[in-house]
Design a protein around this ligand. Structure first.
Ligand code: SF4
Ligand code: SF4
Length: 432
């Protein structure tokens, strides 16, 4: 078999902007909003006017990986309203009015993870509706509910996006909880080996030193090269274990979980706190203060923006981009009036200048293909889309795109290849 190496591309980082910025907590929003149609239509478990506790199931994700969606606050179901989701889609959301009492359901009280077996820990992941907080939002239990042997749990602490420091902040402020979480993720996986995969770069040195001091038996730190996309699961698994896989890490006897997910599991086990909060990075040249805020899932971004002092004076909104998620993998929003979720890592507000308009003529340089980690030909896919040649789009294997955004980043003509490829991928998916 011919094995092609993943190209290792270094990209410029801007993490110092938020690492050296402010850290806030905003855990008492007046209302929270939970999507009722994402990633697919959810079943309503509560009616308007019902009282709910924090951690009570209010919606149900159905299908193969069914999990409940829990209320992040205690309060009352106020209604169903249309709101913007950070995938740039307007959708129905369940509005819950906070009673500010933070009354938590009994289900997660007095847990003793030392007395729980592997299956009970996985069941807890399921009943608490835990999802991966690195971006994909895949139900956590589905990774750990396996009868295949697991060699190691790998914590993905690469946080590849150049502006985002939400995982960094969560772990920096909770190193003990992070290690505690890893201990029980290892137990849930039935392995005695846990590896923290983090990029080897100056900005990470203090956190690496701090974690090194509290590692427990069977745990180690793996230093990744400072390349993009080092946070891609396939890349991490191959680097850490030397093994490869086709579809899922478990084929290579590994389970990969995100760093914030690990701390969230620890908070559930240790404090009985249901998954309900995460750090979101607010950063960019148009925000008065840069930094991170610990907030409830479903909080209005406009409220959070105010905590950071709002936008800079004289911000020209027609030349300002609100990016939900990272600059590489996120998307420009039509509005800042959207809500947070377990998978939103950042809100980035940048003036147009970073998107300097260059005449978008393809130079035929091949740089996009050279840097594509899965060895696609981005420009050819874009051209096939433009001419409506869907058969060609399929032949070019657009379905293998991991939507890393690197092709757009490296293109000297600043051609937005990623959006075209996302559209092509969605089109091919819909066509079955
Ligand atoms: S990197 Fe840009 S200019 Fe070069 S081949 Fe790809 S699309 Fe064309
Ligand atoms: S976005 Fe897709 S096509 Fe572009 S570099 Fe990443 S994997 Fe390749």
């Amino acid at each position: 078999m011919k094995i092609r190496k993943v190209p290792e591309t270094h990209i410029e980082g801007f993490k110092d902007l938020s690492i050296n910025g402010e850290t806030f907590e905003y855990l008492s929003p007046k209302n929270v909003y939970l999507p009722m149609q994402f990633p697919s239509p959810l079943k309503e478990l509560k009616s308007v006017g019902d009282k709910v506790l924090m951690g009570e199931a209010v919606l149900q994700r159905e299908g193969r990986f069914a999990i409940p969606v829990l209320s992040p606050v205690s309060g009352t179901i106020k209604g169903v309203v249309k709101r913007w989701h950070h995938s740039n889609k307007m959708m129905n959301m369940l509005e819950i009015e906070n009673d500010f009492k933070e009354t938590v359901v009994d289900d997660f009280k007095n847990l003793d993870p030392d007395k729980m077996d592997r299956h009970e820990l996985v069941e807890l992941m399921k009943s608490s509706g835990m999802v991966g907080m690195g971006g994909a939002g895949f139900p956590t239990y589905a990774k750990y509910e396996t009868d295949k042997p697991v060699e190691e749990v790998i914590i993905n602490f690469a946080e590849c996006e150049p502006y985002i420091t939400s995982d960094y902040t969560m772990v920096k402020l909770n190193p003990g909880l992070f290690i505690y979480g890893l201990k029980y993720l290892m137990k849930a996986a039935g392995t005695s080996k846990g590896v923290i995969a983090i990029k080897d770069k100056d900005i990470n040195k203090p956190i690496i030193e701090s974690l090194n001091k509290c590692l427990m038996d069977g745990m180690s730190i793996y230093l990744l090269h400072d390349v993009y996309p080092a946070g891609w699961e396939k890349y991490i698994v191959e680097k850490v274990t030397g093994r490869t896989y086709k579809t899922l890490p478990i084929e290579a006897s590994a389970i990969v979980s995100n760093a914030t997910t690990c701390v969230t599991f620890a908070k559930l086990l240790k404090y009985g706190l249901p998954p309900s909060e995460k750090y979101v990075t607010f950063v960019g040249d148009s925000i008065k203060t840069n930094g991170n805020v610990l907030c409830k899932f479903g909080t209005n971004v406009t409220e959070l923006l105010n905590i950071f002092g709002g936008l800079e004076e004289n911000t020209d909104r027609s030349h300002t981009n609100f990016i939900a998620g990272g600059v590489m993998t996120g998307g420009a929003m039509f509005t800042e009036d959207f809500v947070t979720s377990p998978t939103l890592g950042a809100v980035i507000v940048l003036r147009d200048k970073l998107y300097d308009k260059v005449t978008p003529h393809c130079l035929g340089c091949g740089t996009c293909a050279l840097h594509c980690p899965v060895h696609l030909s981005p420009y050819e896919i874009k051209r096939a889309m433009k001419t409506g040649n869907i058969e060609m789009v399929k032949e070019l294997e657009v379905n293998r795109c991991i939507q890393c955004g690197l092709c757009s980043y490296v293109c000297p003509s600043r051609i937005d290849l990623t959006t075209s490829i996302q559209m092509a991928k969605e089109l091919v998916r819909r066509m079955g």
